[in-house]
Design a binder for this molecule. Sequence first.
Ligand SMILES: *Cc1c(COP(=O)(O)O)cnc(C)c1O
Length: 518
Amino acid sequence: MMNRQGRPSAPGTAGRAGAADTVLGHRGLDHEEALIFEQGQEGRTGVDLPPVPAVEGRLGALARKGPIGLPGLSEPQVVRHYVRLSRRNYAIDMGLYPLGSCTMKHNPRLNEKLARLPGFADLHPLAPPSTTAGAVELMATLAHWLKVLTGMPAVALSPKAGAHGELCGIMAIRAAHVAKGEGAVRTRILVPESAHGTNPATAAYCGFKVDPVPATADGRVDLAALKAKLGPDVAAIMLTNPNTCGLFERDIREIADAVHGVGGYFYCDGANFNAIVGRVRPGDLGVDAMHINLHKTFSTPHGGGGPGSGPVVLSAALAPFAPLPWVVETDSGFALVEDAAGQSFGRLTAFHGQMGMYVRALAYMFSHGADGLAQASSDAVLAANYIQARLADVMTAAFDGPCMHEALFDDRFLKDTGVTTLDFAKAMIDEGYHPMTMYFPLVVHGAMLIEPTESESRESLDEFIAVMRRLAEAARAGETERFAGAPHYAPRRRLDETAAARKPVLRWTPPAPAQAAE
Ligand SMILES: *Cc1c(COP(=O)(O)O)cnc(C)c1O
């Protein structure tokens, strides 16, 4: 059956027990929704614009020849389209979002209120400095507290994501080696096998050879293997702590000393700072550079919910190479340094970074205070350990002992059930949960990485645990039909993820114009 837009109705709903096809493919109060371009009609508009005055075109051959192709829609059509789509999305504002390593925690509304103050929200990056003193002071204040919380002497605020922060840190490290005349010999960066994919990608992007360091059976960096790899060509190590197995690297000081011993730098991936903020200062661990995901630890929105921000704290050795701009305090107040010569490796991005995220992060810090931040990281660790402990008898924890902020399971508990980690994750969608991170870290077979964060109440954790227990029991009991082909209740069924990755359709092509009726 085809719907109004000539698409199969209710795609993927076959197999839902007892559900008859509906007339237009809508299900319950969820609408089958065509692309906005398919809904558009020429000449329809939500605004009444004055006629275009006759002007002399000065674009010459550059003038557009065809229509721009924007869909013509009324205001209610646009509003309905996006509201309908938003109902298909999952968000931290809808429920527990256990996506490990992503720290999907609540974004306090106080942060949003402050970021919307006109003095911040309406700021233009080219506004005269005499009118932006307050914003620059806010940047200085945020920088100050990031330095205090990390125990580091300098911070570059401008990187716009964690991965961008990695780029900043590795560029500073490269600049430091070049300044010492060792740019040509420092060609190798050590990256543990459990690292986030952005770490080796950053090292390779900056022209370094990526040398993987194996993990021990207890999920930590193999110190002996690491030491065996050290040499005069090592530029740096990129290490995550707590690592992506959700474990604290016990040998972190020894690792830092060993890398420093051969003249290398210690880049710490600080994306998991949420587990230790207010309790451990990375500067005390021998770190030279570390990005902080404001959109994780400091609760600014993520992904589709807003731009990220990944400031990088730097040790005294790397501080001179920090990118422009930075904030200084002068006799007449705070100012942005935008064109200092010196040893800075230059500019990483246009303008000054994500101002709205700076406001939100500082609001989060100030509303929590020192005690609140330490409480948040403790609660994040407690919540993960609660999940790990309550699921220990039905699922299989990847490593013995307590975890930090995320609980990591492998797929041994699914052995001989015919259910895979992927099936299990898809079945969680039917139960109303976004799946956990799966098949990452790569060092754990069929990995399921669950990060509940401190946002969840005891009741919310208990509900999630009840669902996970029931699913694990169903898999063991041979109830394979609820897993094979899951999700059954989502607007779309199981997608062909390989085809989506290998042959993505990234461009909408308009259908051929319909033939006029005879
Ligand atoms: C999230 C994350 C990153 C990357 O951060 P983005 O802001 O997504 O670029 C890097 N490393 C780890 C361990 C992470 O969890």
